[in-house]
Design a protein around this ligand. Structure first.
Ligand code: JFZ
Length: 305
């Protein structure tokens, strides 16, 4: 509905954060270079991936600093990975133990800290949630059981954190023999979420990215075209080349490029969701922070009233 999406349509600029245990590999496993896909693309055994995740200690994650960076850049909302394809929950879910609290023994709730800091600064917070789950064998083995657990996790997120956005992904899962996710599953999940909170803005990857799926379209690493489009659009782009943290990826976009992309999208009536990937300790690298500050500086100098 239009009342649900009004703030989103006016926001124009948001921060995407890809953060999970994959950051611990810094983009490399032996000779294999990968980032948030490292478990699957580099064939890391689950026993090894889980053992490393048990020592995940993002003690330098500073929600206030991240919110200040977003604010300085002119971003109005933040979307952080609550659960990526590796299935690891960044909040203390009661659905399983594959989460930051129970598996890694990290006592802080980073999503709660980010919510508190964002709210205090007038920034909205949303969550990325991967439908595709590599860790839970029920995704391919017993799909109805998987959907029940997924809904239980989403219930925790929606009732516990009141997210402004749910940014689904992985509805396109490459599974063998078949991808169990259907357009009907998407419609059902949308109804489920809006039954808990009608205000949550949902992206089109909840379903099969038809124009009727969710509230907004999600072109990736591409600028959304000019209207008329029957759906709101949000382009998601990386600040360097990768979504999660990779020590070798220092190919940062210049503030000039990012301001130009933002202006193009703004003139097309679309949003930009610009991604950063904190390190394994939860810190935002200087390269990423400089880029965001550079956008803010450009706005302050060239966009001043
Ligand atoms: C997905 C994730 O696999 C990736 O790790 C990251 O989170 C990104 C934002 O989303 O990647 C995709 C999703 C869709 C396509 C390509 C990559 N696609 O439709 O071409």
């Amino acid at each position: 509905s239009s009342s649900r999406t009004r703030w989103f349509d006016e926001a124009r600029f948001g921060m995407f954060i890809h953060f999970g245990t994959y950051a611990m590999y810094k983009g490399q496993y032996n000779a294999c270079r990968e980032v948030e896909w490292i478990k699957r693309q580099c064939n890391i055994p689950w026993s090894e991936y889980e053992a490393k995740a048990a020592t995940f200690n993002p003690a330098s994650f500073d929600a206030n600093a991240i919110v200040q960076l977003a604010k300085q850049a002119g971003q109005k909302y933040i979307v952080i990975t609550a659960k990526h394809h590796d299935g690891f929950a960044m909040w203390p879910t009661a659905v399983n133990r594959w989460n930051l609290r129970d598996h890694s023994g990290f006592s802080r709730d980073l999503l709660r800290e980010l919510k508190t800091a964002a709210t205090a600064n007038g920034i909205k917070l949303g969550f990325y949630y991967s439908i595709w789950d590599w860790h839970d064998p029920d995704f391919v083995g017993n799909f109805p059981a998987y959907v029940t657990k997924m809904k239980a996790q989403l219930q925790e997120l929606v009732t516990g954190y009141d997210p402004a956005v749910l940014w689904f992904d992985g509805e396109w899962a490459e599974t063998n023999p078949t991808n169990p996710w259907s357009a009907q599953n998407g419609e059902d999940l949308e109804r489920f979420v809006h039954g808990i909170s009608p205000q949550v803005v949902i992206n089109n990857r909840v379903g099969k990215r038809r124009a009727v799926d969710g509230d907004f379209g999600t072109p990736e690493q591409a600028l959304a075209g000019s209207p008329p489009s029957i759906q709101l659009q949000e382009s998601c782009m990386t600040i360097n080349n990768t979504w999660g943290y990779a020590a070798w990826d220092t190919n940062f976009k210049s503030p000039t490029t990012m301001v130009r992309d933002l202006a193009t999208l703004t003139s097309n009536g679309a949003n930009l969701l610009l991604n950063i990937g904190p390190t394994d300790t939860g810190a935002v690298t200087a390269g990423q922070a400089d880029g965001l500050r550079g956008i803010g500086t450009w706005m302050a100098v060239n966009g001043a009233a």
